[in-house]
Design a protein. Structure first.
Length: 163
């Protein structure tokens, strides 16, 4: 049984593809690549069919992550096949929960930084789009920090499914 995780931001060109790439690498490193499927999407369709923002690509490559990506819009019908939907900020959390067809689907939506104990109550990964390279680097740091806790939670779920 495959456990499916989808990361969601606004346009699916900065934060969510970054989170997808980092988390996919963590899944592979943990030996869960055959058990966990990772993808991403945006709450809006402005950039559908486009690649990731060049600054996202740069920061991912600088840190040896895969930077291949094509933007797409989140479709509410995906809730049926997803186990976990990870919002990159509070506005995405609200939008996704409103899109959820059932209460059970809404419960699948979580904030990425809720998996980072050092987040100190700041739930959002700020949008780096209007910033510079340092904003993209800071975004990557937040994503990496939260990915450790997220991987532990997903591993627990995967091992629970296998039992």
């Amino acid at each position: 049984m495959t456990y499916r995780v989808c990361f969601v931001c606004t346009g699916n060109i900065c934060r969510s593809p970054m989170a997808e790439s980092v988390f996919r690498a963590r899944v592979v490193q943990a030996g869960l690549d055959g058990l966990v499927e990772v993808d991403s999407a945006g709450t809006d369709g402005w950039h559908e069919g486009e690649g990731a923002d060049p600054r996202t690509v740069t920061v991912l490559r600088e840190h040896d992550y895969d930077a291949g990506h094509t933007a797409r819009r989140f479709d509410p019908s995906w809730f049926a096949r997803l186990d976990l939907v990870i919002a990159l900020d509070s506005s995405h959390l609200g939008a996704l929960r409103r899109l959820a067809p059932t209460e059970r689907d809404a419960e699948k939506v979580r904030l990425l930084r809720s998996y980072d104990p050092a987040a100190d109550g700041d739930p959002d990964v700020p949008d780096p789009y209007y910033g510079g390279a340092e904003d993209f680097a800071a975004c990557l740091e937040m994503v990496e920090a939260a990915s450790t806790g997220l991987l532990a939670a997903v591993r627990e779920q995967v091992e629970g499914h296998a039992a």
